[in-house]
Design a protein around this ligand. Structure first.
Ligand code: NI
Length: 154
């Protein structure tokens, strides 16, 4: 278990498309563990493998209800919309308003290689979408309606 360095700002790796995980080996399990440590250390809501420099389709999310590990996640259903502020551990100090589905269902593999589906609404739906975007080299700033970085609310 280790805390890895989070890639930031204009790091080119954030713009690359991550590869599917074909075999869940020790490297993937270590990756999941390290991503969890890194997420908690950074006090974030979600982290995708490319953010620590690994171009694999692996995501961890925790909205305060425990860690969710997603291998090869795909959004298979979305419904409604929500418009709210979003940030990213790779873009520290910045924020923006992004429209996301109100509800999604994500399909993924767990660390045992079993496929499962999980639904999420509100913040969890937002986190699933944001992290899956990372796997495709997409950042929230690509989609934001308005940049709120400088609107400091004290
Ligand atoms: Ni992010």
């Amino acid at each position: 278990m280790a805390i890895r360095i989070i890639r930031k700002d204009d790091d080119e790796i954030l713009r690359k498309v991550s590869k599917k995980v074909e075999v869940i080996d020790d490297r993937i399990l270590t990756l999941l563990d390290d991503m969890k440590d890194t997420l908690y250390d950074a006090q974030g809501v979600g982290l995708a493998a490319p953010q620590i420099g690994v171009l694999r389709r692996v995501v961890v999310v925790d909205i305060g209800e425990g860690i969710i590990e997603l291998i090869n996640p795909v959004i298979v259903y979305e419904n409604g919309e929500q418009v709210d502020e979003e940030g990213c551990l790779s873009l520290p100090g910045r924020s923006g308003i992004v429209k996301r589905p109100e509800k999604v269902i994500v399909r993924a593999m767990d660390r045992e290689g079993k496929t499962f589906e999980m639904s999420g609404t509100e913040l969890l739906a937002r986190a699933f979408c944001h992290e899956v975007d990372h796997l495709n080299g997409v950042l929230y700033t690509d989609k934001m309606i308005r940049d709120t970085t400088d609107s400091s609310e004290e």
